[in-house]
Design a binder for this molecule. Structure first.
Ligand SMILES: [Zn+2]
Length: 79
């Protein structure tokens, strides 16, 4: 299992997510992002806006995802 924070995954807070795979952790952070979005949390709204700007270009989105995937792969396993 590895741990990343909301911030590390393009979000806005220090909430941590723990998962075995990058896809799993990406899904957790997305779920959290949607929850915070529904609560109207301003810092997450801003983070989501940034994310949406990036999603307009599939290339930069893919590059970002690949970068995060590598970051995840490079993390040490939780003790
Ligand atoms: Zn967050």
């Amino acid at each position: 299992m590895k741990t990343m924070t909301c911030k590390q995954l393009g979000g806005a807070c220090n909430q941590t997510f723990t998962a075995n795979t990058f896809d799993e952790i990406a899904a957790l952070s997305k779920k959290h992002g949607i929850e915070m979005f529904q609560k109207g949390d301003p810092s997450h709204l801003e983070a989501m806006n940034e994310m949406q700007k990036m999603m307009k270009s599939p290339d930069s989105m893919n590059q970002w995802m690949e970068g995060k995937r590598r970051e995840f792969e490079g993390l040490p396993e939780n003790k």
